[in-house]
Write a protein that binds this ligand. Sequence first.
Ligand SMILES: [Zn+2]
Ligand SMILES: [Zn+2]
Length: 269
Amino acid sequence: MIAYGDFHVHTPYCPHGSNDQWEHYILNAIKLGLSEISFTEHAPLPMSFHDPVPNQDSAMAWSDLDMYLKKGEQLKLQYKDDIKINIGFEVDYIDGYQVDIQSFLDQYGSQIDDSILSVHMLRTKDNNYVCLDYSATEFGKIIRQFQSIEKVYQHYYQTIISSIEADLGVYKPQRIGHLTLIEKFIGQYPISFSNQVLDETLDKIKEKKYSLDLNTAGLYKPDCLSIYPKLEVAHKAKAMGIRLLPGSDSHESTTIGRGFDQISELIKL
Ligand SMILES: [Zn+2]
Ligand SMILES: [Zn+2]
């Protein structure tokens, strides 16, 4: 296996994931010969933010935060001779909540080893929020709300660009999560979208010296069947010298390192 680590993994603290224990993720990573694993749980959402998904289970609970970090520290020590464990967060970039996000990072940033900045939530014209990757049915509603699929894509990439440009303090994550997540349901909602805004996005990532989450989860989504960012964008990023870090985005322990055989060219150092 060429991959040296799986840098995007969830834990039992994810309310929409499985109850698989941390140790199972770690043992599977060791079995695969990985030298590193990053636990990047969905950071708690800003307290005044209303999670738009039906079960309000997009992220870990604030009340679990200390236990999450403590458990991570314990596992780091326990497995230190077998694998390097990084503890961190997948932080939601939510337009309008930058102050809250920075204050979270200011408070917890010094305690973590790794982090990802992702966009799952889009702000609507009437200042509500929608979750873009929840389900195909919800995505259909979002298209109607924004009036066209092109407008949804445009708005998504604008939000990504503002996430790259945002000042979120010294602990701002330096890696952008699943860049083309907006294509999760493209099989049901096809679109021919100009790559211009994606090129602009890559330029900004390069300028900031950020890296990209090379996320294999989309390969297993029936309406997507592609990595994030999609292959052509990933190759372009690599050619530009943007670092790509493989992540399975596992929400269960058996999917550690899943699909990494299909991205081996891209993750060769
Ligand atoms: Zn998740
Ligand atoms: Zn995510």
